[in-house]
Design a protein around this ligand. Sequence first.
Ligand code: SME
Length: 143
Amino acid sequence: MRDEGHLSDALLRRAVRSLHSADQRADWVGAYLLDDEAGELWLHNYVGAPTEHAKIPVGQGVCGTAVEEGTNLNVPDVSEFEGYLSCNPDVKSELVVLIRAGETIYGQLDLDSHQPAAFAEADEAKVQAIADKLAEQLAREGN
Ligand code: SME
């Protein structure tokens, strides 16, 4: 039985909090982890309004599509995204950045904004740098 906390838990929480406080446009920030066997993402932690999407099947919504396609997704207008899973009608744009090491996808960082087209390539790169650190730690823990 393993009952000590994982460093990755603390890092995932810290990443979410710092992304939220660093960017006024990020009204909601969360970290989802991938449960490969179940084929779904589960919400590890978040800052912002509560969401009903605590579990998202791979292939559904922006989050599940990012995993299925193995790519980050920057969606400037969520109303144009087929199958978009709405958490909150105020959300206009969304950025999903994968937490991955090589072929292994551990999960993702998800940022929602009430502003349309809130996120630029530079934002994606900043979030990616954090996601890459998280992936290193998750890999070290043998997740
Ligand atoms: N909009 C996401 C669901 C998660 S919420 O943004 C918190 C999606 O379409 O997958």
